[in-house]
Design a protein around this ligand. Structure first.
Ligand SMILES: NC(=O)c1ccc[n+]([C@@H]2O[C@H](COP(=O)([O-])OP(=O)(O)OC[C@H]3O[C@@H](n4cnc5c(N)ncnc54)[C@H](OP(=O)(O)O)[C@@H]3O)[C@@H](O)[C@H]2O)c1
Length: 163
């Protein structure tokens, strides 16, 4: 039994970009550089709360436009934002801020957060790229597309979990 947003009125949104084959990264970085896509991410998280795995925060932390960031780690990384040791603790802290909660990767943290997600804001990169970090598989019959925008290099979709 998971606790999802309906319970607290604060939506949990997985946000990210992936290829048709669910590739989100190669090593510590993303295998593409698509500024227009990155801008949609930056615009979505502006003024909200972002949860990230320690590895992704080390790369993307400086870019974040969110009001709050929370890092998930089993250790004690030296970062200037709160660090918690589970996705459940991250969500609990994030809820206390009362803003939208964006879970922004990477692969390990998407896996942990998917059961709690109410929405997924996902860009599908049109070109195929190799990579070793994947977005989790999800059952598409449980999700409906609430919004879809076609761009030159990607398709942006907002997926809503069906009740
Ligand atoms: N395409 C996109 O939208 C997008 C977005 C974000 C990231 N990415 C890509 O994703 C890749 C990074 O993903 P990743 O999976 O390697 O790393 P990650 O999810 O960013 O971070 C992994 C770290 O999270 C912590 N962690 C994982 N499971 C945990 C648990 N159960 N409890 C407590 N802490 C836990 C650990 O930190 P400690 O080691 O400190 O214990 C672990 O090393 C990169 O390639 C990046 O470019 C892509």
């Amino acid at each position: 039994m998971t606790t999802r947003m309906e319970d607290s009125n604060v939506p949990v949104i997985l946000v990210g970009a992936m290829t048709q084959h669910r590739v989100i990264g190669q090593g510590d970085t993303m295998p593409w550089d698509i500024p227009e896509e990155y801008q949609t991410f930056i615009d979505n998280i502006r003024g909200q709360t972002v949860i990230m795995g320690r590895k992704s925060y080390e790369v993307f932390g400086p870019d974040l436009t969110s009001a709050h960031a929370i890092v998930v780690s089993r250790g004690r990384p030296e970062v200037d934002v709160p660090v918690v040791d589970s996705i459940e603790s991250a969500l609990e802290l994030a809820r206390s801020y009362g803003l939208k909660i964006f879970v922004a990767g990477g692969s390990q943290i998407y896996d942990l957060a998917l059961p709690y997600a109410d929405w997924m804001f996902l860009s599908e990169i049109k070109k195929d790229y190799d990579g070793d970090k994947l977005f989790p598989e999800f059952d598409r019959s449980q999700w409906q597309i609430a919004r879809e925008d076609e761009h030159a290099k990607f398709i942006y979709r907002e997926w809503k979990r069906m009740d």
